[in-house]
Design a protein around this ligand. Structure first.
Ligand SMILES: *[C@@H]1O[C@H](CO)[C@@H](O)[C@H](O)[C@H]1NC(C)=O
Ligand SMILES: *[C@@H]1O[C@H](CO)[C@@H](O)[C@H](O)[C@H]1NC(C)=O
Ligand SMILES: *[C@@H]1O[C@H](CO)[C@@H](O)[C@H](O)[C@H]1NC(C)=O
Length: 638
């Protein structure tokens, strides 16, 4: 097992007065001021990487969360400074991005057409190896724009090992981009062979074709590529690092190359994670939503020289760091401050983001959230659970079809329809896309026997395997992607003994009670240490020292696949009052295939897609925003 050298217990506090920092710092106007934290350093090696994944349009940073409030322009400055450091040290730095750059933030979603500003902002960063995520492919129009803009913007760097694109004018199927990339690094002239994969995704629009990974690795071009002379293989992918796809690619490359280092950069499951498939490989996943900039380094004698080739290579060491997208941390890692850190280029990109946010009116406020509503920081049900709020307050008001308003009904929502917490304070146009970027609508089946309809929720939540065996897609896709990683951990690594335990942000089971914050025994206890801010406390296969900033723990509670609101139905506590004979079964359109499958199992085998009708007008996101405008105070008190 590889461990970070010299980082345990030797934190340096990033000292910068947060109060002063608002004058010259970049980030977006109105963004929360960064707060200092005890820091672990970056471990430079011969070959170093910065990695972003699943940024989902958050290139303006997190305006309500100080520890992630730097923006894409700051990242441009950061990378420039680190490239200069690499040049000075005579080592190399490469940037990687592993997809899902779109959908999930107003900066991408609020324009019409979508991404009107995003493509030009994103391209300002020089990314050396870049690939596609599933969110670039759900809608044919998104895949078209990816092919029309991002692929040519990163012409020599975009890699599509198992993805084809179908041109709408010619119906011609061609690789989305080059299958692999072979290049030499700038300073050490290391030979790199790089691949770019997508997991075995099947939900793409019909203008792309995703080839299953196990088939791709049998193809001649791949077999030839892994026989190229390489000092390191770099596999980037929109794939969780614990997923079988990466393990299959690793096995195929290793079979041909017994000693060459193989580096993996993954994503998709929205967690910080790292693992090693053997002693000369390493894999990192760098979180989500531009909260994290991943760092990987490899040190040792990388250049293959001399003939015949060595049979035993000297040892290599691998390191990883999960960098919070926090301005103070970025200053710290570069040894710069608020005046010396921003480059002209970075400032320009921050300014372009501000202009776009303004033109999109993203700061328009629908109302003021009276408190925080959490997805997984509290159990469900709970006073502070976003799902309890939706179940008890929002859905009863918005799930009303005027012509059937007196018909009792069950309303089922999948928890994955919600993508982020709501923070106390202004609920803006931006927030609507952050919370629920999907164009979900409510559908229904009228007059379903109550005895049948009332069993659906239980099946959706507890009988995933039965539904899958009967042909439905993986039931876990109804929940949030972060939980996929937890299931992966349980299935592949047996890290946890109980699926109902609380999990921390890396998906590992942990025991800390709710509300435990502010005092962490990791610090040295002296008064000079700032009090810890809640954030990632990652435990991965390498250890528990991966995060650059030391945080107090935030809990992660597993939520069900779906929640249900009962309207006009006497509760079990109402004594003898009879349940209705029939109800309207209302549900989010996304879960229709699972709902129909569950109906079959609960005695409603006569139902098919033909019985499904649209319920209310408007998307869920629009209905929720209208509810907030009506029910929450216009202005925030404090
Ligand atoms: C994809 O689907 C659309 C509409 O569903 C259809 O018009 C189009 O011909 C299909 N394209 C391909 C390449 O199959
Ligand atoms: C930033 O660093 C420069 C160069 O070391 C120094 O001259 C300047 O005073 C610093 N500014 C602040 C605000 O600390
Ligand atoms: C920044 O923007 C200014 C004004 O648009 C432009 O003149 C300058 O070349 C840009 N600088 C960089 C480094 O992008």
């Amino acid at each position: 097992m590889v461990r970070d050298a010299g980082s345990v217990g030797t934190y340096v506090v990033a000292v910068a007065a947060a109060a002063l920092a608002s004058l010259a710092r970049a980030a977006q106007p109105g963004a929360a001021s960064p707060i200092a934290a005890p820091m672990r350093p970056l471990q430079w090696g011969k070959l170093n990487f910065l990695h972003t994944t699943d940024t989902h349009g958050w290139h303006g940073g997190h305006l309500q969360e100080s520890q992630y409030s730097a923006d894409w322009g700051d990242y441009v400055s950061f990378a420039d400074h680190l490239r200069r450091t690499a040049d000075e040290r005579g080592v190399d730095l490469l940037l990687v991005d592993t997809g899902d750059r779109v959908e999930g933030n107003g900066l991408y979603d609020a324009s019409s057409p979508k991404g009107q500003y995003y493509y030009d902002i994103y391209r300002e960063q020089s990314v050396d190896i870049i690939c596609t995520g599933n969110h670039e492919l759900y809608h044919a129009s998104t895949a078209d724009e990816e092919h029309r803009q991002t692929v040519p913007n990163f012409k020599n760097n975009y890699v599509a090992s198992n993805l084809d694109y179908i041109d709408p004018r010619t119906d011609q199927r061609t690789p989305m981009a080059q299958r692999y990339r072979k290049f030499q690094t700038k300073n050490q002239k290391l030979d790199i062979v790089a691949f770019g994969f997508l997991f075995d995704f099947t939900g793409n629009a019909n203008n792309t074709v995703v080839q299953p990974v196990r088939e791709t690795i049998k193809e001649q071009w791949f077999q030839d590529a892994i026989r190229e002379k390489a000092d390191a293989f770099v596999v980037i992918g929109h794939v969780g690092v614990q997923m079988q796809e990466f393990k299959d690619i690793f096995a195929a490359i290793r079979k041909q190359n017994w000693f060459t280092p193989i580096l993996f950069f993954g994503g998709h499951v929205h967690v910080r994670d790292a693992t090693a498939y053997d002693s000369r490989s390493f894999a990192i996943a760098s979180g989500r939503y531009f909260e994290t900039i991943g760092w990987m380094s490899i040190d040792g004698n990388l250049k293959k020289t001399g003939t015949p080739p060595r049979t035993i290579d000297p040892p290599l060491s691998f390191n990883r760091r999960y960098i919070d997208n926090n301005l103070l941390g970025l200053y710290h890692h570069t040894g710069l401050n608020e005046t010396t850190f921003p480059t002209d280029h970075g400032r320009n990109v921050s300014a372009a983001i501000s202009r776009a946010r303004k033109e999109l009116n993203l700061d328009y406020s629908f109302g003021c959230a009276p408190r925080d509503y959490w997805m997984t920081r509290t159990p469900y049900p709970h006073r502070n659970s976003i799902y309890s709020w939706l179940e008890k307050e929002v859905l009863p008001d918005i799930a009303v079809l005027p012509s059937r308003k007196d018909v009792p009904r069950l309303v089922i929502m999948n928890t994955g329809a919600i993508r982020f917490d709501i923070f106390k304070g202004a609920f803006t146009r931006d927030t609507t896309y952050i919370i629920s970027p999907f164009l979900s609508v409510l559908n229904y089946i009228p007059d379903v026997p109550y005895s049948v309809a009332s069993k659906v929720l239980g099946l959706l939540n507890n009988a995933g395997q039965i539904l899958e065996a009967a042909g439905a897609v993986d039931a876990r896709y109804m929940a949030i992607p972060e939980q996929l990683a937890i299931h992966e951990s349980i299935i592949y690594n047996d890290k946890s003994s109980s699926s109902s335990a609380a999990f921390d942000d890396s998906g590992n089971a942990q025991q800390k009670p709710l509300g435990d914050s502010g005092s962490d025994s990791d610090g040295d206890g002296s008064d000079s240490q700032p009090s810890l801010v809640g954030g990632y406390t990652t435990k991965d296969d390498i250890g528990d020292d991966g995060d650059d900033a030391v945080h107090s723990n935030i809990n992660f509670y597993v939520v069900p696949n779906c929640i249900q609101t009962e309207i006009g139905i006497p509760s079990d506590d109402d004594g003898k009052q009879a349940k209705p004979e029939t109800v309207d079964l209302v549900f989010f359109d996304f879960i229709q295939p699972w709902v129909l499958m569950a109906l079959k199992f609960s005695g409603g085998d006569c139902y098919s897609a033909q019985d499904v009708l649209p319920y209310v007008d408007g998307t869920f996101t629009e209905l929720m925003a209208a509810w907030i405008k009506k029910n929450w105070p216009v202005k925030c008190g404090d």
